[in-house]
Design a protein around this ligand. Structure first.
Ligand SMILES: [Zn+2]
Ligand SMILES: [Zn+2]
Length: 324
């Protein structure tokens, strides 16, 4: 067969070269628009906001606004530009003929606040995490750790409402205002697990939106009075607190921590050595004195270094593994 236009041998009635002259092998807009949120630097394409570079955003915009002839087998697409003006060269095979075309276009960056930033700037929040501590002040280290957890969870969340609106320090604790209530609950639960804290949630109607009641959640996280290593009374037993459990000083078994009361702080424990033992008692040497403590059910050896707590004038030996 010969090309009807140029007369060259071709498998087609019109060869690739002639077709490229008649029909555009590529059509594209004069101006390619890219939408950028000036606050968070994300780019919008096909309805969602993405953390990508300008170059990636430009590629996406080209993909969606350039139209390539369906028969063109693209072999190469070169692009050069300065952020405003761009030149491209497309090379490919059309009906077995090598064809290429060059063109120019402008890039316009349109600035538009994304929904997340608009909400954040508007002070939007769905939940408050109230960080409190039982019968004591919250330590700075504890607040720092919770701030870290909040940051980690926000960064890991893909939600358009995952942001910290504000942190408010109050006499009784610290309040974290969070954009997304589901995320806030996840954060609160993680703090609860990590600190062995108590958790309580409540909802309050904050208004109506599109005919539906809009709720604000409050997640109360109450840190326990004790720190790991403190001696507590839990369920009537004298025990060493750990996270979410305690060791009974007499049996070595674990006891639940609910309702535990601190009797001796870890830093107030004395240290000493077991110097003697019999069937019912241990003798412990500590700070130039010998204390007699009831012998626990688990093994404690003569010569062993132990902690010592004196509660109601009664001495208790505490093996190191329980405290550390
Ligand atoms: Zn031809
Ligand atoms: Zn934004």
């Amino acid at each position: 067969m010969k090309c009807a236009v140029c007369g060259r041998d071709s498998k087609y009635s019109i060869c690739g070269r002639c077709l490229a002259r008649r029909e555009k092998i590529i059509s594209y807009p004069e101006v390619v628009e890219i939408i950028l949120c000036p606050r968070c630097g994300r780019y919008k394409f096909s309805g969602s906001w993405n953390e990508i570079s300008f170059e990636e955003a430009l590629d996406k915009a080209i993909e969606s606004s350039f139209f390539v002839h369906p028969e063109l087998n693209v072999k190469d697409f070169e692009l050069s530009g300065d952020g405003h003006f761009y030149r491209f060269k497309i090379k490919g095979v059309l009906r077995e003929d090598y064809v290429e075309e060059e063109g120019f276009f402008k890039v316009r960056v349109k600035r538009e606040g994304c929904q997340k930033c608009s909400r954040e700037a508007g002070g939007y929040y769905e939940a408050i995490i109230q960080l409190r501590a039982k019968n004591r002040k919250i330590l700075d280290e504890e607040v720092d750790r919770v701030v870290k957890i909040v940051e980690e969870e926000i960064n890991a969340s893909g939600s358009e409402k995952s942001f910290l609106t504000k942190i408010v320090e109050r006499r009784e604790g610290v309040d974290f205002y969070i954009g997304d209530s589901k995320l806030a609950k996840k954060i609160a639960k993680r703090v609860v697990r990590e600190f062995g804290a108590e958790f309580k949630e409540s909802a309050k109607i904050a208004g109506r939106k599109d005919g539906v009641d809009f709720y604000r959640m409050t997640y109360l996280v109450r840190l326990p009075e004790h720190f790991p290593g403190d001696v507590v009374i839990a369920k009537g037993r004298i025990a060493v607190a750990k996270i979410n459990k305690a060791y009974d000083l007499m049996t070595g078994n674990t006891v639940p921590l609910e309702g535990a009361k601190v009797v001796v702080r870890k830093e107030d424990l004395k240290s000493g050595y077991v110097i003697n033992k019999d069937d019912s008692a241990l003798e412990i040497f500590s700070e130039d004195r010998v204390y007699v403590a009831e012998k626990p059910e688990y093994e404690v050896n003569v010569g062993e270094e132990v902690f010592l707590a004196v509660i109601d004038e009664k001495a208790y030996a505490i093996p190191k593994w329980m405290v550390e």
